[in-house]
Design a protein around this ligand. Structure first.
Ligand code: PMP
Length: 430
């Protein structure tokens, strides 16, 4: 495989950016080798700087639910940008996207657009604190919510103790306001509520945790979480940056029929452009400036070109049968590969929910918390990633990351991918 141009470009990038990248996981540290520089995407395919072609299951880490270069989205971007790209005033496009979302989401009454998932969760946490007048938050081990200070925190020693930061530069005093618990265990949540009575502002969770493998929660746990939060006057905060508009237009909230108090979005909401958002009831959102005294602002928030891309994208998702088709094709892909692995006694499984999938090198069908994952199994991922790459499949370069299927991943594309996967699995397990 010739990747000379990517190698040259990465050499240059290392002189420009820390580690040669502008976001760490792109650096291929988990799988080794040189990150590829992509120059073009069309439908389910991407091309690197050396003109190698791949089926793309990373899909820009989730935003591209319609695949690359989608006609409606690119047309909206082109048409809107012809009139200028930013004004710093309210725009029609913000109203249009806001209305489209609120009209089609049972659990939201007001929304605020920001420019990334991190900004959305950071602002949502501030809102939860401002609304409740409490400082502490609970998060779960294995959930990622972006890189705001109070969310870069892991569990301290012992359960329900104060957290410690996972990054240099985060003051311990900030980390101490975050309590980190294992997923899928309601008793520990109740213990923490009792221990920190009237101190907890919110519980933040990815309702479908998809940043540390795919840790699908028992549905009952999520319902109990809703009940206990209500009982203890704590806000329930669903971070739907990945699951939002992915598992249905109403995301995981809609799938589980759970009304969270605050929801955050990112990725799909901008159709591939940088957009995030947080939303809640009108009452909670009235605490945000300029209506209320929780400050939050953004020079490029609600950018008209990004809003237009988001709207064009979400309109397609609202079409009849969109999600059914996504799910059907994903089920087909997953079941073909899982049954192939089984018939060959390979220790390989794929977990999926909607069009999100995760490659698990384990027979355990009950992986629900971060500590259930055998980190040793990642050595298989590394080999599989390389074998797939060499045969024309691109997956995000870490075994803890999930893959995504877009509407451009037709049955024909998936059949091509299944063939390549089978050959690569043979190589890894033989
Ligand atoms: N929350 C979740 C659930 C995410 O998956 C991510 C990003 N992967 C974020 C927040 C942060 O979003 P961003 O990278 O856009 O800042």
């Amino acid at each position: 495989m010739n990747i000379k141009k990517s190698e040259q470009l990465f050499k240059e990038a290392k002189t420009l950016f820390p580690g040669g990248v502008n976001s760490p996981v792109r650096a291929f540290k988990a799988v080794g080798g040189t990150p590829l520089f992509f120059v073009k995407g069309d439908g389910a395919y991407v091309w690197d700087a050396d003109d190698n072609k791949y089926i793309d299951f990373c899909c820009s880490w989730g935003p591209l639910i319609l695949g690359h270069n989608n006609l409606q989205v690119t047309k909206a971007i082109q048409e809107t940008s012809q009139n200028g790209v930013s004004f710093g005033t309210p725009t029609i496009q913000e109203n249009e996207l806001g209305k489209l979302i609120l009209d089609n989401h049972r659990y939201l009454e007001k929304i605020r657009f920001v420019s990334s998932g991190t900004e959305a969760t950071m602002s949502g946490i501030r809102l939860a604190r401002g609304y409740t007048g409490r400082d502490k938050i609970i998060k779960f081990d294995g959930c990622y919510h972006g890189h705001a200070d109070s969310l870069l925190v892991k569990a301290g020693s012992g359960l329900a103790t104060l957290g410690t930061s996972t990054s240099a530069g985060v003051p311990e005093a900030f980390a101490n306001e975050t309590i980190v618990l294992p997923l899928n265990n309601i008793d520990l949540v109740i213990d923490a509520f009792n221990k920190y009575k009237n101190e907890v502002a919110c519980v933040i969770i990815e309702p479908v945790p998809a940043n540390n493998g795919l840790l699908i929660q028992d549905e009952i746990f999520l319902h109990q979480l809703r009940e206990e939060c209500t009982k203890h006057n704590v806000l329930l905060f669903f971070d739907e940056v990945i699951s939002g508009f992915r598992l249905g237009f109403e995301g995981a909230s809609g799938m589980y029929n759970i009304k969270p108090d605050i929801i955050t979005f990112g990725k799909i909401i901008g159709g591939g452009l940088p957009v995030g958002a947080y939303g809640a009831s009108s009452k909670i959102m009235s605490y945000i400036s300029p209506e209320g005294n929780v400050y939050q602002a953004g020079t490029l928030s609600g950018n008209p070109v990004a809003m237009a891309a988001g709207k064009a994208s979400l309109e397609v998702l609202l079409q009849n049968g969109f999600y059914e088709s996504q799910n059907e094709r994903t089920e087909y892909f997953v079941s073909e590969l899982v049954s192939y692995a089984k018939s060959n006694s390979y220790e390989f499984n794929i977990y999926n929910v909607g069009s999100i999938f995760w490659l698990a090198f384990s027979d355990n069908i009950n992986i629900r918390k971060a500590s259930d994952i055998d980190s040793d199994s990642m050595k298989h991922f590394k080999r599989l990633h390389k074998a797939l790459l060499e045969r024309g499949i691109y997956l995000g370069p870490s075994g803890f990351e999930v893959g995504f299927i877009s509407s451009a991943h037709t049955k024909e594309v998936l059949d091509e991918a299944i063939d390549i996967f089978k050959k690569s699995l043979d190589l890894v397990f033989s």
